[in-house]
Design a protein around this ligand. Structure first.
Ligand SMILES: Cc1ncc(C[n+]2csc(CCOP(=O)(O)OP(=O)(O)O)c2C)c(N)n1
Ligand SMILES: [Mg+2]
Length: 319
């Protein structure tokens, strides 16, 4: 059941993710952010809807396209932006960058540059919850490309055998790196793969934040009550290239020129807001606050200092 309060939260989170990603894109083009960044523009409803079902005691394991997951799970926009700007106050002290953001106090176990590893990491966290007899659960976020890796199948098999409290959340965003879905997946949907391990798999509209919330809420209840994993495949759309700066020559010109044909935020504004009685003025107020939060994060991050070169030897284990 989506209350008005929950709908406001879902919308605010989607707007914060959108503003964060637009700001990151802008500052990347300006040359302010070192390294690679992968943006989740167009996929905001997945992170917002899924994480709104969780508490701080639940965990998420994220992938290389993880800004939205971390924000939605409660990581600080300031400290995330500081990490992207490679500043000392960033989550990784400015040395990890976009793909290595973690905040254990919020249950964010880490973004991850190794495709598929969010599933292994999430599996370990779920086993730990089971051993400690907790009723919390884990979401492992991954892409449809990652769904064909060896670790994906090992993790799903083990989670099924041990009935671990984990939700395998696949953001099926039409591409894996530069390859379209049909070039690397033989099925029309990923969800039926769950059947081969004996647990439920569902395909949902990842652009409808209410639908995402509903599916993950059910899966979380199943996980918390000891019934084991669920695979959720959310069909979504990756607006930008694989990484910022990707010329996207593998997309049609039409797709490149109109990336926002499917817009989960516009869908919320035109179709979902009315269901819970949110009007245009209220939406504008929430959007403005989200924007102000990200403007503040960028301003804060850009004034901080970089780590010293000696800091590269800190936090390194010696044998
Ligand atoms: C183990 C491993 N193999 C290959 C890569 C290179 N790589 C980075 S992202 C990516 C595609 C991932 O596609 P998908 O899982 O659909 O996620 P998306 O980028 O679409 O969010 C690949 C092959 C990697 N980082 N790690
Ligand atoms: Mg993909």
């Amino acid at each position: 059941m989506i209350t008005r309060e929950l709908a406001e939260k879902l919308y605010r989170t989607m707007c914060e993710i959108r503003e964060f990603e637009l700001a990151a894109s802008h500052h990347y083009k300006e040359g302010d952010l070192p390294g690679f960044i992968h943006l989740s523009l167009g996929q905001e409803a997945c992170a917002a809807g899924a994480c709104a079902t969780l508490t701080d005691a639940d965990y998420i394991a994220s992938n290389h396209r993880g800004h939205g997951h971390c924000l939605a799970k409660g990581a600080s926009p300031r400290h995330m932006m500081a990490e992207l700007f490679a500043k000392k106050e960033g989550y990784g002290k400015g040395r990890g960058g976009s793909m290595h953001i973690a905040d254990v106090s919020k249950g964010v176990l880490g973004a991850n540059g190794i495709v598929g590893q969010s599933m292994g990491l999430g599996l370990g966290a779920a086993l730990s919850l089971q051993v400690r007899k907790k009723s919390d659960c884990v979401i492992a976020f991954f892409g449809e490309g990652a769904s064909s890796t060896g670790i994906a199948h090992e993790a799903m098999n083990m989670a099924a055998i041990w009935k671990l409290p984990i939700i395998f959340f696949c953001e099926s965003n039409r591409y894996a790196e530069l390859s379209p879905y049909s070039a690397h997946v033989s099925l029309e949907t990923i969800a039926p793969r769950a059947a081969s391990y004996g647990f439920p798999g569902v395909t949902i509209n990842g652009e409808d934040v209410f639908e995402v919330h509903d599916a993950v809420h059910r899966a979380a209840e199943r996980a918390r009550s000891g019934m084991g994993p669920t695979l959720i495949e959310a069909k979504a759309s990756r607006w930008h290239g694989h990484y910022e700066g990707d010329p996207q020559v593998y997309k049609t010109k039409e797709e490149r020129d109109n990336p926002s044909t499917f817009d989960p935020i516009a869908f919320f504004e035109t179709r979902l807001a009315g269901v819970v009685g949110l009007n245009a003025k209220e939406l504008e107020r929430i959007r403005d606050r989200a924007k102000a939060t990200i403007v503040d994060a960028v301003q804060w991050a850009s004034t901080l200092s970089e780590p010293s070169s000696e800091a590269i030897y800190e936090d390194v284990y010696e044998s």
